[in-house]
Design a protein around this ligand. Structure first.
Ligand code: FAD
Length: 484
């Protein structure tokens, strides 16, 4: 007897939507449940924030350029897609990162785990922190843990544990590179809950990090065996997108690009069982038994508003930062000796436009011909978005002024490209986790409707993949259990 099938619609063809479609097909194959699925994307291309292209011999990442190997879900997906051999590590020969601090680039000393300094000696020698700053950092060993560990901003937590200087000069710039956010607003519980647990468990952040390092096997510490902390794919992250598109297509998923979902309607033939109609900008109505919204929170807000104005309001209240990346190619012979290592970050207290600069072709092999160096600059973010209002010419001029002032790069670039990312980085501000619970409760009656993607439980690519995979499991569980 034929098993009755249910239709799933996924809205948004970024990594979250694609990974949901892929995992759904995997689960469908495992359970024998036929699962027709339609993936709908507003844009003409797949991948969302992941956007790789080639300009001659340069390989340019307009959005993300790598992902963390310590979070296993990115590597695991690559393995399933047959891309393990395509993964590349950062260039060991250049394994140094710098911080622009008090007038010059200073190397980030050894002993930094994730973003927390664990060895005080190298910091003393680096000149990055004053003696008083290092002494204050060491007080982490003796300061008592907070009695009532509620939500706290990243800034408040790290200032409390490690002191103002370590926070402003080391932690803030590293964190800003991940979230493009304001550490005074970002929730510790929603972003780095492990640090909170460490404080409670070990009474000290540094002790907790060191204990974690001892417990971990050497391979765990550095990511998968032979993997650097960040990895990428030989032809850029778009390889992952292309492989996902091919695989979901082969599995029978219907892919609809250039189709914006304009509205979501719901009807119910029986109590508790919903049918969803997705109204597309140019195209037919797509009817589904389950819907996954893998769209930015503000886009999902518009779609769920008729179902739950409360959930829409909460989704809309998740702030987004706008950013831009500026890629510049220079003739290698014209760059000075300060262009070495992976690049540098700039603390907010320095009050510059530049958030960070990566010497892309030194960090990753094959990103530029040997005659040239490819540089990627990162601007914008909460409280630093004013530069994004300027035209490309002014934006590039300001970036080049910072590159000249901080790293002595005064040469004329052979190629320049600006990629603007409007409302691109969701901010997990204080109370974020409670907000997620409230959203879930507000949409609770609409069985068969899920939200996934960077806005919720992890902004990086591995976390988006993890959450998408979990969502797919829940969809299959729901459809297997609910009566036709
Ligand atoms: C400049 C930049 C650098 C980054 N660097 C890194 C990095 O190095 N490593 C890392 O791990 N992460 C990085 N990130 C974060 C990471 O790239 C993103 O969080 C992640 O790719 C988001 O995936 P997503 O699928 O949730 O959302 P998106 O990629 O935003 O996908 C959502 C999709 O939904 C579509 N959509 C929206 N509304 C509708 C609608 N109504 N109908 C149909 N489709 C719709 C959009 O067109 C889009 O394609 C970076 C982000 C940016 C912006």
């Amino acid at each position: 007897m034929a098993v009755p099938s249910r239709h799933v619609a996924i809205v948004g063809g970024g990594i979250a939507g694609l990974a949901t479609a892929f995992a759904l097909q995997e689960r469908a194959a495992e359970t024998g449940l036929p699962l027709p699925c339609t993936l709908i994307e507003a844009d003409s291309r797949w991948g969302g924030k992941i956007l790789t292209h080639r300009i001659g011999e340069f390989l340019i990442e307009a959005g993300p350029d790598s992902f963390l190997s310590q979070k296993p879900w990115g590597l695991a997906l690559c393995a399933k897609l047959g891309l393990t051999d395509r993964l590349i590590n950062t260039n060991e020969d250049q394994k140094k990162t710098f911080v622009f601090s008090r007038g010059r680039l200073r190397e980030l000393p050894e002993g930094l785990i994730v973003i927390v300094p664990t060895e005080l000696g190298p910091f003393l020698r680096s000149g990055l922190l004053s003696g008083a700053g290092i002494a204050r950092m060491a007080m982490d060993f003796v300061l008592p843990a907070k009695r009532k560990p509620g939500d706290e901003s990243l800034a408040a937590f790290f200032r409390r544990r490690l002191g103002r200087e370590a926070f402003e000069r080391v932690i803030e710039p590293l964190m800003a590179g991940i979230y493009a956010g304001d550490a005074e607003q970002i929730s510790l519980r929603a972003t780095f809950p492990r640090f909170l647990e460490m404080e409670q468990e070990y009474g000290s952040l540094i002790r907790g990090m060191l204990a974690g390092r001892k417990r971990a096997t050497p391979t765990q510490r550095e990511g998968e065996p032979g993997r650097s902390m960040f990895v990428t794919l030989k032809d850029g992250l778009d390889e992952m997108v292309r492989a996902l598109v091919t695989r979901v297509k082969e599995a029978g998923v219907t892919l609809m690009s250039e189709r914006r979902v304009e509205a979501l309607r719901v009807r119910s033939g029986r109590p508790g069982v919903w049918t969803y109609d997705l109204l597309l900008e140019h195209g037919p109505v797509v009817t589904a038994d389950a819907v996954v919204l893998a769209t930015p929170a503000y886009a999902s807000a518009d779609l769920v508003r008729p179902l739950s104005p409360g959930a829409a309001g909460l989704l809309e209240s998740i702030p987004y930062a706008s950013t831009a990346t500026v890629s510049l190619a220079y003739s290698a012979s014209e760059l000075g000796s300060s262009v070495c290592g992976f690049g540098f970050v700039v603390p907010r207290v320095e009050r510059r436009d530049l958030l960070a600069a990566t010497w892309t072709s030194l960090k990753w092999p094959h990103r530029a011909p040997t005659s040239h160096v490819l540089v990627r600059c990162y601007v914008g973010g909460i409280g630093r978005e004013e530069i994004l209002k300027t035209d490309d010419e002014t934006l590039v001029r300001r970036v080049r002024e910072d590159l000249a002032g901080m790293a002595g790069v005064t040469a004329q670039p052979a190629y320049v490209e600006v990629n603007r990312w409007h409302r691109s980085m969701p901010q997990y501000t204080l109370g974020h986790l409670e907000r997620l619970e409230d959203i879930q409760a507000s949409l609770g009656r609409y069985k068969g409707l899920w939200l996934t993607g960077a806005a919720y439980r992890g902004i990086g690519i591995p976390d988006c993949i993890r959450e998408a995979t979990e969502t797919a499991t829940q969809v299959v569980r729901y459809l297997s259990a609910s009566p036709l």
